[in-house]
Design a protein around this ligand. Structure first.
Ligand code: SAM
Length: 241
């Protein structure tokens, strides 16, 4: 599987199944948590094809910075959010000066697609580029829900897309989900990719954040995570000094 193949699969399937309304709601919740004024510098770390950049623009942040390592996805992001500056870069080595950002967002586990060390490095970089009292809002699937239902399978003919098969298996000891997606397009092209996603239940996330120089402030909703919580949405902050 090439990086380009997995990027295309992510793009084709997410664009088809995740509505713009969902991205707008993700951004509404994230902005409420981050409490960042319009006009202040904000970034979407691992912005993918720009669905949240577009929603940030619609919700008053005219020039959100989008950062991703995929040139394919960034090309799509350019079309989604023409006013957003884009950077092709690795989240573990951000090409930004210290204290540049008032707030950062990382939607759907973008920092957590590698090892623990990768996650630590990405969080440390985020801590470096945030201003003191700057917010980082992280969202991921809910690891408690995945633990309760560790296997899932989806297979469907999707008009305009093709035949889609998605299988996932969650390892509750490692808190790692392996998601394999396959797509047979109407033109007969076969795409396949496996995504390995590391999950951090709130105590683990708090420890990881602390080690990176960030404070875990709260979840949204502001209540203990349960199997029934739809997503894990967390607010981390860079402390004052
Ligand atoms: C699961 S996708 C989510 C994309 C976007 N946040 C969304 O919700 O549509 C993960 C994204 O993070 C990017 N990514 C993963 N690890 C990265 C890294 N180390 N540096 C830069 N981008 C990374 C991928 O290229 C991909 O676009």
């Amino acid at each position: 599987m090439s990086g380009e193949e997995s990027d295309r699969l992510f793009l084709e399937t997410t664009r088809r199944f995740a509505t713009p309304a969902l991205a707008r709601e993700d951004v509404r919740v994230a902005l409420q948590l981050a409490q960042v004024e319009q006009g202040k510098p904000v970034a979407d770390l691992g912005c993918g094809y720009g669905r949240h950049l577009r929603a940030l623009v619609e919700q008053g942040h005219a020039h959100p910075l989008g950062i991703d390592r995929s040139s394919l996805l960034l090309a799509e992001a350019r079309a989604q959010a023409p006013g957003a500056p884009l950077l092709r870069a690795d989240l573990r080595a951000l090409p930004l000066h210290e204290g540049t950002l008032s707030a950062a967002f990382c939607f759907y586990s973008s920092m957590f697609l590698g090892s623990d060390d990768d996650a630590r490095r990405a969080l440390r970089e985020c801590a470096r580029v945030l201003r003191p009292e700057g917010a980082l809002v992280l969202t991921s699937d809910n690891p408690l829900r995945l633990k309760a239902q560790p296997r899932s399978r989806f297979e469907e003919d999707v008009p305009g897309l093709g035949h889609v098969v998605e299988e996932s298996a969650f390892d509750p000891r490692a808190n790692v989900d392996r998601v394999t997606k396959r797509l047979l397009t109407a033109k007969g092209e076969r795409l396949s990719a496996t995504f390995v996603i590391r999950y951090y239940p709130p105590p683990d996330l708090a420890a990881l954040a602390r080690a990176a120089g960030l404070e875990f402030r709260r979840l949204e909703p502001d209540a203990p995570l349960t199997e029934a919580t739809p997503q894990l949405v967390a607010l981390l902050m860079k402390p004052l000094g």
